[in-house]
Design a protein around this ligand. Sequence first.
Ligand code: PLP
Length: 402
Amino acid sequence: ASAWAAVPAGPPDPILGISEAFKADKDPRKINLGVGAYRDEHGKPYILGSVKKAEELVNSTNPDKEYLPITGLPEFTRNAALLAYGEDSAPLKNGAVAVTQSISGTGALRIGGAFLARHYPHSKTIYLPVPSWGNHTPVFRDSGLEVRGYRYYDKNTIGLDFEGLKADLRAAPEHSIILLHACAHNPTGVDPTLEQWAEISDIVKERKLFPFFDMAYQGFASGSTSRDAAAVRHFVAEGHQIALAQSFAKNMGLYGERVGAFSITTKDAEEKARVDSQLKIVIRPMYSNPPLHGARIANTILSAPSLYAQWEGEVKGMADRIINLRDEVYNHLTHDLKTPGEWSHIKKQIGMFSFTGLKPEQTRALAEKAHIYMTTDGRISMAGLNSGNIGYFAESIDAAVR
Ligand code: PLP
């Protein structure tokens, strides 16, 4: 018999399954709001001008294809940490941030999970917001951590369950690890305010919790990379030691290039050197060293002032397009169509996604009858909308909820 005769078929990936159903649909009105990748106003993938220029600059130097060090391109990791922590960051100034390049945000989370499972001396439990990005649970479970949840989203208000969140963080055992979405929470689009972040920071301090930030959307939420880093910077300024996963998939549109960074703040340069040595020992048996090309592109943008300025403008352009789409969807539903229900959450939510509040049977009806595809939890990727399809989208939502 085959060695694999007893291997059970696993369930398909819920999001990639949507893309397949979308591809198979022949209706010209079809819209894919499943996948979390930015689309331009013509519904096409968008390569940033700053990325094109950086790639030309990289290629013009005829670079070699040698291996990178285990922790990646040193200039890139320095610049990535600077982007996240800001130039006034005390641990950064003190040479106390251990940072490694990673295989985008997913790889950063995985390195972090494995490092904490091996070296965090207290708890092996990580608390995730409910709901969270679908891959968080398998990433941390496969890293060797136990996964639990804390309340985050309130179905009734389609907003933050702040009281539930605070109660659950207070009830978590001391020294537990808690995962925080730095901005543009996926899948809900619901973020704490700055005042709420300050309260969360106080509870984390009181309860001696260990904060692990996932920052997959820096710049994408507000259009400003520093504003979107406010929560991370507040925690660091408050003296917390943090772990941080960064992705350049969304904010530079480098999805398939797999560019990211994982960092951890330490007491001083000597401790950082020891942590660095252990990060290498975690990474080496996983994949030896990270990919080269995307890190060169990202580093070129982060280190050349004119490209950096162009990139910031382009990030803001993407964020602003999404913010405008939120207003337009709201106006179509509330003012033009007088659709039953309250839709202001679509305007208030932040980042790439909106939790519409649509029920699973409504999302299925939208796919079958209107050829509009989204995850069954009612999450839509805003950038899939544009002037060519937004009217049809709003009419279809209206029909689905009446
Ligand atoms: N974290 C969150 C919350 C995400 O939404 C994503 C991507 O959708 C990621 C991490 C990781 O993405 P990537 O590995 O492409 O950087």
